[in-house]
Design a protein around this ligand. Structure first.
Ligand code: ADP
Ligand code: MG
Ligand code: ZN
Length: 465
């Protein structure tokens, strides 16, 4: 293979240079020079042919194009399949992102173990030896009697980080599913940048994408999320792949959420729920029930709400705690809800309900390690804080749903009936919701609905005094 050339390109202004530079000589941006492959007849288009998969694209007449539903490869883990949009699309590339230690490798190994009886899988790890992976597989695969049952026929493992070598393996083995664990460990040898750099991550992912498109192999790429919440710095990775799934959850709590944030082949913001156990990631098909398992009934500071994750309603418990502080700046500490949202809610409680929060630290937790992004939980957050502050519990059979406005008014939220039905199915008797201006649809019958115009009115119904 002829030597492929690279250069460094400023991501701000496009200035190129043959060597890495800390600062762009043209626009003055810092750390903006990223290594890129120079397009020669060696790269890109020809790579596919070089490696023997696929070839040049051929324009087709629209009327001749086969529009039969793409055959998906079924995934025998429901919670995973749901997030993918119903199975794996051949030729697609999926990114599984998440913090280190959250369970990405575990989940992928579990999935491939279940699929490799009928689908050939190549699992490439740059992080663990094949022995280590075998040990994990043993742990995941323990039958009910503790005996290891037989492993699937078609699961191949290799520890490798050089993409050229990985492609040799792909050619030799011809897998239907390829797992790269992780994108930060693999590298293209023709580039000077080290593995894990923006350049390597981007170019490696592009090459894997080409592989997927031209050969039909379904590629899963694991990526570690950095503290800033982006994968190895480059958001570019999200643009390269077809589907982005994030595995999230509190490291110290067992629940894990697999969330789709981008999906070319299905709905986004779908969520799958798992519990991390000794035997791996166990599917939780009724998450609301699980989230309420540790619930403290009749304890001040506990409030229940229903949040939507994609099309799926989840009943969750919020806990609030207020505690007197002698220091100047009282703290606001949210865990699972947005910091600015919490500031707004405490401001409304102070100004509209005359609650003396200026000398109180306020803590809010979502039980189970869930993260709530939508304002529909405002009312429950406010109620949890008020309940703790006044030391009055909230009625145990009540759920609180609603967005809070700056004047303490309540605003209706989307998909209210789906939320109410979920609450009813778990035995909740009453829901406190925003007042409706337009009565489009009847409330679902199974739960008593109390409409409140304001936070003050809602709290009057919610708190036991
Ligand atoms: N023997 C074990 N029993 C139960 N859980 C384990 C065991 N070994 C590791 N784990 C769990 O698996 C997690 C690592 O998961 P892993 O799939 O390697 O994460 P990631 O690939 O996202 O970094 C650890 O945080 C730990 O909680
Ligand atoms: Mg891992
Ligand atoms: Zn520049």
């Amino acid at each position: 293979m002829a030597k492929t050339k690279t250069h460094f390109v400023c991501q701000e202004c496009g200035r190129t240079a043959p060597k890495a530079m800390g600062r762009c000589p043209q626009c003055g941006a810092w750390d903006s020079m990223v290594e890129e492959l120079i397009e020669t007849n060696q790269t890109s288009l020809n790579l596919a042919q070089q490696h023997g998969w696929g070839g040049l694209s051929i324009p087709q007449k629209l009327r001749d194009i086969d529009d039969a539903q793409e055959d998906r490869i079924p995934v025998p883990i429901n919670e995973f399949s749901r997030v993918l949009g119903g199975g794996i699309v051949p030729g697609s590339i999926v990114l599984i992102g998440g913090d280190p230690g959250i369970g990405k490798s575990t989940l992928m190994l579990q999935m491939t173990l279940k699929m490799a009886d009928t689908n050939r899988v190549l699992y490439v790890s740059g992080e663990e030896s094949t022995r280590q992976i075998k040990m994990r597989a043993n742990r995941l695969y323990k039958g009910s009697n503790g005996m290891v049952t037989s492993f699937p026929e078609e699961l191949f493992l290799v520890t490798e980080t050089n993409l050229d070598v990985i492609f040799e393996h792909i050619r030799a083995i011809s897998p239907r599913i390829l797992v790269i664990d992780s994108i930060q460990t693999v590298y293209r040898p023709e580039m000077q940048s080290s593995a894990g750099s923006v350049s390597q991550v981007r170019e490696s992912a592009s090459l894997l994408r080409e592989l997927a498109k031209s050969s039909g192999v379904a590629v899963f790429v694991i990526g570690h999320v950095t503290k800033q919440g982006t994968i190895a710095g480059p958001r570019v990775l999200e643009h390269i792949v077809d589907t982005v799934l994030y595995l999230e959850g509190d490291r110290f709590q067992a629940y894990r959420l697999l969330r789709s944030v981008k999906n070319r082949f299905g709905a986004t913001s779908e969520v799958g729920v798992f519990e991390m156990q000794e035997r791996g990631m166990i599917e939780i098909s009724n998450p609301s029930e699980a989230f309420l398992a540790e619930r403290m009934v009749n304890a001040p500071g506990s409030a229940i709400t229903v949040t939507m994750e994609g099309t799926r309603p989840l009943v969750v418990e919020l806990r609030g705690l207020t505690s007197h502080t002698n220091f100047g700046n009282p703290r606001r500490t949210p865990n699972g809800v947005d910091f600015n949202r919490l500031l707004l809610i405490t401001a409304v409680l102070s100004r509209r309900l005359n609650m003396q929060l200026s000398d109180q630290d306020v803590f809010v937790n979502v039980v189970g390690g869930l993260r709530i992004d939508e304002p529909a939980a405002d009312l429950a957050v406010a109620a949890a804080i008020a309940s703790s502050m006044q030391d009055h519990p909230i009625h145990a059979d009540v759920v609180l749903i609603g967005e809070l406005g700056l004047s303490g008014e309540l605003r209706m939220v989307s998909q209210i009936n789906a939320r109410l039905r979920e609450a009813a199915s778990l035995g909740f008797k009453k829901a406190i919701v925003p007042h409706r201006l337009h009565r489009k649809e009847a409330w679902p019958g199974a739960i008593e609905v109390l409409e409140a115009r304001s936070l003050r009115e809602a709290l009057k119904h919610a708190l036991i005094k």
